[in-house]
Design a protein around this ligand. Structure first.
Ligand SMILES: *Cc1c(COP(=O)(O)O)cnc(C)c1O
Length: 365
């Protein structure tokens, strides 16, 4: 049996007719960028998240960069974040001319450590990007409280946490603004690139609307500095409108898959990250293994595709040059050497889960 990591065509197979209809509707409308589909999605996704405003943009990385810019981050400012989340926040921070300040993660769930938070806040960053990694909400209430006390703007990276909630509050509802990606593999995915920001701050939403379109306050009038072209197009918004009602059901399936892995993986060398609850939407099922690369090869030999999220911590990326020496981030670095993600998508079958579990448990570790 072959178990692919993310078979995207299969994921959309049950929606084939609905998606084709949605795409044809856009074609026939003759309206392709920032039109009625985007307006509907912005209204519905804001309502889904329990927030007042949603601004559609071109992708999740742009959402992060626009959030920082709209919050006043500029050249030379420092922005704190974690180093084990795929360099997306770093890309956005660098795009603003700002300098990333890395905080270590706690070793259990690999999310921003609140101890490390104190150390980075003492270095007076302008903003902090808190990442809800793998689908797990981080300690966002405490992070928000400390950022507020320190006068530091808080951006939530929700690109892996669509639908994650705690106490009825959704990812993106705790900080100043939440940033989403709708890249095809995300829990809510388009058929191409897409992104959005959610916030309760009307003035911030207005700045974001201007910045996503050249800094325009209205047609051809540039009232805001730092604009770019990062718009959500009608085709992607039409796909998202068709898929948003399916999100909670798909997240429930992801949780059920995660629960099966957690219950059935039994191998002394394999330690899944402890998971579960309403605040976890299992974007990725991640385990740790000291002999990760051997385990990955063993799984591949049994037809099981796995991935590494992420192999290189941001501060060790060759493409990054920092003026100051890279900090020691032992828990992030160990995690990057040990993490492995198993197939975990809503179209995964029970037989596939059986096969993945059996292959893991048969690892000659
Ligand atoms: C996917 C992702 C992003 C970036 O989204 P794109 O749409 O690919 O730019 C940002 N942060 C995290 C944590 C992600 O997983």
């Amino acid at each position: 049996m072959r178990v692919p990591f993310n078979p995207l065509a299969r994921l959309h197979a049950d929606q084939r007719g609905a998606l084709a209809g949605a795409l044809l509707e856009v074609l026939d409308s003759g309206w392709f960028v920032l039109g009625p589909q985007v307006e509907r999605f912005e209204r519905d996704f804001a309502a889904y998240c329990g927030l007042a405003h949603c601004v559609g943009v071109g992708n999740g990385s742009d959402a992060l960069a626009l959030a920082l810019r709209a919050l006043g981050v500029g050249r030379g400012d420092r922005v704190a974040t974690v180093a084990n989340a795929g360099f997306y926040a770093s890309t956005a921070i660098l795009a603003c001319g700002a300098v990333p300040l890395y905080a270590d993660v706690e070793p259990g769930r690999l999310l921003l450590s609140t101890q490390a938070l104190d150390r980075v806040l003492a270095q007076r960053p302008r903003a902090l990007v808190a990442t809800h990694l793998y689908g797990q909400l981080c300690a966002i209430e405490e992070i928000a409280e400390r950022c507020r006390a320190a006068g530091v703007a808080l951006v939530e990276d929700c690109a892996q946490a669509h639908g994650a909630r705690r106490g009825g509050r959704f990812a993106g509802a705790f900080g100043d603004v939440g940033c989403y990606s709708f890249y095809p593999t995300k829990n809510l995915g388009a058929l191409g690139d897409g992104g959005a920001l959610v916030t309760n701050d009307a003035a911030l939403a207005a700045r974001l609307r201007a910045l996503r379109q050249y800094g325009w306050s209205g047609k051809y009038q540039v009232d805001f500095a730092g604009g770019c072209n990062s718009r959500l197009d009608e085709l992607q918004a039409a796909v998202l409108n068709a898929e948003l009602p399916l999100l909670d059901g798909r997240n429930a399936r992801r949780r059920a898959i995660g629960a099966r892995y957690l219950a059935e993986l039994r191998h002394p060398a394999i330690t899944p990250i402890a998971r579960g609850g309403e605040d976890d939407v299992f974007h990725l099922f991640v385990l740790r293994c000291a002999r990760r690369d051997e385990l990955r090869a063993h799984l591949a030999a049994h037809g099981v595709q796995s991935e590494i999220h992420y192999p290189i911590p941001d501060h060790r990326q060759p493409g990054l040059t920092l003026a100051e020496a890279a900090p020691a981030l032992p828990d992030s670095e160990r995690a990057c050497a040990e993490v492995l993600s198993l197939p975990c998508h809503p179209a995964l079958t029970d037989a596939e889960i059986d096969h993945v579990v059996a292959a893991c448990n048969a690892f000659a570790g």
